[in-house]
Write a protein that binds this ligand. Structure first.
Ligand code: BES
Ligand code: MN
Ligand code: ZN
Length: 472
């Protein structure tokens, strides 16, 4: 679907030249007559190469019909990689067949980013449709030595794995089937998988996770993925993804409109699963443990209730306020498990945790919380190189006041004000002082407003987590 070539050996449905505004150049391999034709057309159509501007020309070169397009990237001094992403996504989304892209500006032949964009364009969730979307074949011409595109291709594939898991409905993906999928992925991509069932989870005293998943016909699973290929054995990175395969809200039931998208409440899990696939297949030299507390927040006569007091794996008692704040409960026990049983030395959790983060940041930007400036800077950088926008949110100690309980050690919600912060604050209380990052992707995981993503699952976090683990 995407390739980089340094020799042109076949013909394409469309040959695209990327150009900055006012710098349109016509390829010297085109015959003099046709160059003249193209020049005239450029003048007539007043094509200058403004951002997103497109001029298509068809001509005969000998006996071959050539279809060419000039695609504008705007002014060179205003160029950014986000413009590149946006223009390329927009353009490729409207095309079909095989496409050759070239440019005499090296900055416009960024194969890493183009690879990501082609994979975004080609992703479609059509496993339930008779008619499947046709994939675009894109080749990028770069003269000189061959380019190694295995990483961008792998990251595209890993992102697709995450997207597909998120897009799959909850009648297909439940805690048990999700665990099975991870076992299969582990075998293919090369990481070890251990599945703990509800009995194991009970034995481990993970009572918060058990409570959240109790009302579902499919009981919780703790999915543990291990990839231990690090040189530095003092470092073991823990990735934890919220794996709510469906979130009805529980007894504090969600209104129908808000419930509709809740098959995507395991997007954090999907991100760490996708990241593990890429980390293992990319043979990244780190020790990584990924953990997914998988459960369904359903409703039956056995459901956990507001007012219940539950003892967490960590030993703290938690007063349940609202059964729709279930993610932080499942995550809290998963964090304790990671710290105590897997001996991780740092934690990144990623979760569709709060509606409040969407109020704060919309669906463009992931809210990130951290108790460690250095690690925060690392995740910010790792996100930005893949065009994933993040913004740091506060964790001032005063917010913990909102979580004080009169009957237990802690409440799990702190009211409407600062809802995403108090959720993060609750999680921080389980990290046992380790460097910890929390990414709230409630806004960015699904139906994003990012200009180079389709509606539906985005796979946000897969590439960022991969680069976070790799680049240190
Ligand atoms: N899964 C939701 C958060 C969410 C909302 C994700 C919208 C994606 C889109 C989470 O479990 C939840 O329901 N949070 C509650 C917490 C509240 C009850 C304290 C929320 O944000 O309303
Ligand atoms: Mn909820
Ligand atoms: Zn949820």
């Amino acid at each position: 679907m995407f390739n980089v070539i340094n020799k042109i050996g076949k013909s394409y449905d469309l040959n695209v030249a990327l150009t900055f505004e006012g710098e349109v150049e016509i390829c010297e391999h085109i015959s003099a007559g046709n160059r003249e034709l193209i020049k005239k057309l450029i003048d007539k159509k007043e094509f200058t190469g403004k951002k997103g501007e497109l001029l298509k020309v068809d001509f005969l070169e000998g006996e071959y019909l050539i279809s060419m397009a000039f695609l504008g990237m705007g002014k060179e001094d205003e160029f950014s990689l986000d413009i590149y992403r946006e223009v390329m996504f927009d353009f490729l989304s409207k095309e079909k067949g095989s496409i050759l892209i070239s440019s005499d500006k090296t900055i416009l032949t960024n194969y890493e980013i183009l690879g990501e964009i082609v994979s975004n364009v080609n992703y479609s969730f059509d496993s339930f449709k008779e008619k499947k979307a046709k994939k675009l074949q894109v080749e990028l011409f770069i003269s000189g030595e061959e380019k190694n595109i295995s990483e961008t291709v792998l990251l595209g594939e890993a992102t697709d794995i995450a997207r597909d898991l998120v897009d799959q409905p909850a009648n297909v993906i439940n805690p048990v089937t999700l665990a099975q999928k991870v076992v299969e992925l582990g075998a293919v991509y090369g990481f070890e998988v251990e599945i703990l069932d509800e009995n194991d989870i009970e034995r481990l005293d993970m009572n918060l996770l058990l409570a959240v998943g109790r009302a579902s016909i499919t009981k919780p699973r703790l999915i543990v993925m291990r990839y231990l290929n690090g040189k530095d054995k003092n470092e073991r990175i823990g990735l934890i993804g919220k794996g709510l395969t469906y979130d009805t809200g529980g007894l504090c039931i969600k209104p129908a409109d808000s419930m509709f998208e809740m098959k995507s409440d395991m997007a954090g899990a999907a991100s760490v699963i996708g990241a593990m696939c890429a980390i293992a297949a990319g043979k990244v030299e780190r020790d990584v443990i990924a953990i997914v507390p998988a459960c369904e927040n359903a409703i039956n006569e056995n459901a956990y209730r507001p007012g219940d007091i539950i003892k967490s794996m960590n030993g703290k008692t938690v007063e349940i306020i609202n059964t729709d704040a279930e993610g932080r409960l499942a995550l809290a026990d998963a964090i304790t498990y990671a710290v105590r049983n897997e001996k991780v030395t740092e934690i990144v959790d990623i979760a569709t945790l709060t509606g409040a983060i969407m109020v704060a940041l919309g669906s463009l930007t992931t809210g990130v919380f951290s108790n460690c400036d250095e690690k925060y800077n690392m995740i910010e950088k790792a996100s930005e190189i893949h065009g994933e926008k993040v913004w740091r949110m506060p964790l001032f100690e005063e917010y913990a006041e909102q979580l004080k309980s009169t009957v237990a050690d802690v409440k799990h919600t702190g009211g409407r004000m600062g809802g995403s912060v108090t959720a993060a604050k609750f999680l921080e209380g389980f990290a046992e002082g380790l460097p910890w990052i929390h990414m709230d992707i409630a806004g960015t995981s699904f139906n994003s407003s990012v200009k180079w993503l389709k509606k539906g699952a985005t796979g946000v976090g897969v590439k960022a987590l991969y680069s976070y683990v790799k680049n240190r």
